[in-house]
Ligand binder design. Structure first.
Ligand code: C2O
Ligand code: CU
Length: 487
């Protein structure tokens, strides 16, 4: 423990030296400057969160050293691309831990620009969330340690939360699996991180594109599974596998199909869910995860893992190949398909009145360029929410394309999509809000006060300001965020 401590103080030191990163206030219509910088209390809050992260009895500290740096990577055989990667790998190292463990990640930045890490879907203290409201960017050459307890089982991911359109596409993302003590048994588990990358004629990551790309978000011309273009996956005949799938793409929606065969959905972003649903395809927006049971298949079968056409407001697109499954000879199966995953208590009863509305809209300028807005603004400062007060939010999309809404740090339940309750109850941190549609969610702020945010997970939209900050405050406390005082 004391060793960790020393280590960490060093990191803080180097982090503080690189103070002037030039990311302060920027102009912002009507409400004065929105400050994107940690408050004066941030260092103390970080220290507290660090010290309080202790594993449960019998569990352990999972320690991971990550180095973000330039590397050469082969997305396709025989062609090398300059990427930015954790430890030289795309995706970054796979983090595999258990509920009750503490995850301690020591990130050294060897990139030519600042970075931070966000832990998508994990319920951690605000100080460890990796946004620019809770920490200073990790400057080139500096090291920062994230340390927090893993409290939920599920499929999560980590990704850069700085200059994301560049840093995430170039490879700064990876998977985290947190296991419960009683996971259902399958013959095999795979973690499939779906993404894409736009490569130019020289095989390098292409420069940012035109205004069309800013509107729709960048969909790369190479589709990736675990950093490889259209790989082949080998399955044994007669076996059933658990696939944990993460959509880490900047903007591409994946309507996932496995050879157009039925599969069982066993979980979503917030872990296993109630009903076990059979489907032939499932929509995964950027940021979302799904857990499915795949198979059994006959020996010799060949199946295409596809994204089927889906119109998110930019046309339905084509059927796209992500991977090919080749089924080998039959092998014994010991997978027991559960009839039931886990109970999820509803947060609210049938009739509820929303406590807040979040609106997505678009503004088209004289050149026809589109900017997407939250509550009529870019970089919105939303009202605080109070610990223990149920939140029922209507997310209304008045714009012409879908947007995946992502809430940091808390799971919500979807109550309605366009007025219809979902067929199963689940915990989510990301949900698609269809063009001209409305999604009602409920969530409970537990006692993790601090600065949080929500945003569209299409990275270009997020970068353009389709995001909001807000504080979670304890009853009786006031929102003391830096953005509030600057009027
Ligand atoms: Cu995965 Cu702020 O996002
Ligand atoms: Cu969006």
């Amino acid at each position: 423990m004391s060793q960790h401590h020393e280590h960490h103080e060093q990191h803080q030191h180097s982090n503080h030296e690189s103070h002037s990163h030039g990311h302060g206030a920027h102009a912002h219509g009507g409400h004065g400057p929105v400050v994107h910088a940690p408050s004066n209390d941030a260092a103390a809050e970080y220290q507290l969160a660090y010290d309080q992260a202790e594993p449960d009895p019998g569990r352990t500290v999972v320690r991971v050293d990550l180095e973000a740096r330039e590397a050469d990577w082969k997305f396709t055989p025989g062609r090398t691309t300059r990427v930015w990667a954790f430890d030289g790998q795309v995706p970054g190292p796979f983090i595999d831990a258990r509920v009750g463990d503490v995850l301690e990640v020591c990130l050294t930045n060897r990139l030519p620009e600042p970075t931070t890490l966000h832990w998508h879907g994990l319920r951690l203290p605000a100080a460890m969330d990796g946004t620019d409201m809770v920490q200073r960017p990790i400057m080139p050459g500096a090291t920062f340690t994230y340390r927090f307890k893993l409290v939920d089982a599920g499929t999560f991911w980590y990704h850069s939360h700085s200059n994301e359109t560049v840093q995430v596409e170039r490879g700064l993302y990876g998977a985290i699996i947190v296991r419960a003590s009683d996971e259902p048994a399958f013959d095999r588990e795979r973690v499939l991180v779906l993404s894409d990358v736009m490569l130019d004629r020289n095989g390098e990551v292409a420069a940012p594109g035109d205004s069309h790309e800013r509107r729709s978000g960048r969909e790369g011309n190479v589709r990736l599974v675990n950093g490889t273009s259209e790989p082949e996956l080998m399955m044994w005949g007669g076996q059933v596998e658990r696939w944990r799938i993460i959509n880490a793409a900047a903007a591409r929606y994946v309507r996932l199909s496995v050879g157009r065969r039925p599969f069982r959905i066993i979980g979503t972003g917030g872990g296993l869910f109630e009903g076990l649903t059979t489907a032939r395809d499932v929509l995964l927006t950027p940021g979302e995860r799904i857990d499915i049971a795949v198979g059994p298949f006959e020996p010799g079968e060949v199946l295409s893992v596809l994204s089927e056409p889906y119109d998110r407001g930019i046309g339905p697109g084509d059927t796209e190949l992500f991977a090919t499954v080749r089924v080998g000879p039959a092998a014994p199966s010991s997978s027991g398909m559960p009839e039931y995953a886990r109970a999820i208590e509803p947060l609210v009863g049938n009739s509820t009145t929303p406590t807040r509305e979040v609106s997505f809209s678009e503004r088209i300028d004289a050149h026809g360029d589109v900017t997407f807005l939250i509550n009529g603004e870019q970089h919105y400062r939303d009202e605080p929410v109070t610990v223990g007060e149920l939140q029922v939010w209507d997310i209304v999309n008045a714009s012409s394309i879908d947007h995946p809404f992502h809430l940091h740090g808390f799971f919500f339940q979807v109550l309605e999509r366009n007025g219809t309750p979902p067929t199963y109850r689940s915990w989510e941190d990301t949900v698609n809000v269809p063009a001209r549609g409305r999604v009602r969610i409920a969530w409970m702020p537990d006692d993790r006060p601090g600065e949080w945010m929500y945003h569209c997970h299409i990275l270009e939209h997020h970068a353009d300001g389709m995001m909001a900050h807000f504080a979670v405050v304890r009853p009786g406390d006031t929102d003391s965020a830096p953005g509030q005082s600057a009027a």
